[in-house]
Design a protein around this ligand. Sequence first.
Ligand code: CTP
Length: 400
Amino acid sequence: MFDLAGKNVLIGVSGGIAAYKVAELARMLVRGGVNVKVIMTSSGQQFVTPLTFRTITGNPVATSMWSDPASPLPHISLSEEADLMLVAPATANIIAKHAKGVADDLLSTTLLAARGTVVLAPAMNTRMYFHPSTQENLAALRDRGVVIIEPGEGELACGDEGIGRMAEPSEIMEVLERELKHASDLAGRRLVITAGATREHLDPVRFISNPSTGRMGFAVAERASRRGAEVVLVSGPTVLACPAGVKLVPVVSAAEMKQAVLDNLPGTDALVMAAAVADFRPSVRMPKKIKKRDGIPEINLEPTEDIINEVKKTTSECLVVGFAAETDDVVENARKKLTEKGMDLVVANRVGEPDSGFAAETDLAAVVSAGDEKVELAMMSKSDLGDVLLDRISEMLEVL
Ligand code: CTP
């Protein structure tokens, strides 16, 4: 388990019955050596008293902007020292206020001043949770880099069954550990990450492409940015929103992607080629739409430039990470690719199954380097795979 000792976590408790579970979470954090401070809204205090948190954390509980003469600017001092700020339970009201930047009490004002990662654990009735306003507010916060721990399903305080129950303290604890561990281990590093499919046009309206959605590259970019790296994300066409703090360079074809990667290479510590780059393109791109009445066109293909090879030709000394999407002998084929292309790391990824590869939520994958002897594939979310990869990149950069 990651050593949390010495970390500072600020918990905002807003008005929901799940506040009692947050007392348990605070105890878990304190046991892990974390310095926990708590802000309670006036509604939060209807469910659990400040004395509960005062006793568990050993720290005074802040309840108002104006109550502590020793700390005239509590929103600044509390946010300044916190490595991470968690709001649990996060009601629809505090979510809406934070999404819109409202600062009308100590918790909402401190959220605006937060320096480190902000994590929200929503808890509310199912209808409130699925109300378009709440969903829009959560989406806006997610886009801004706020970590949302999805509520679970079950019996709610009102007696209804459904989604809206705050995540369990152990689940929240896992997220906090992950966020605190990676808080800024890639600070000062620059990563260029490619994502998605390229499109190789036959004419203005038709192209050759593949089913890559970009989710893998976007997940790596999101994790890298959260871990403090400067991230340039070169992506083929996608519907995904650019993660907070990441510079997006949109491209269409393999040739454009190659150029964007080369242009952004100076000063880069690692290139992560998560894109599914087309290997072939039509040798001629017709300037006007090919008409059906002119008969079936003959399409000649030519190879695209291999971006990794082009990068290898430059003087750049950045780490090169490739992806090997394979249906069979996944690790063996990935190893071959690693050597053939002179890469530092390769992500061996099984494709062609519903739970792994293009558009899947999870991947059966492993990160492989030349020295790794026994490699086992493991099923993980694209975000977790991103973290596993970034851990390896971070280690390799340390010894360079
Ligand atoms: N890649 C690249 N430039 C290309 C094509 C692929 O840089 N024109 C990168 C991909 O982003 C990926 C890695 O190379 O990181 C994949 O290697 P590659 O040998 O191209 O894989 P496949 O196309 O899947 O190869 P094969 O058909 O041999 O399985």
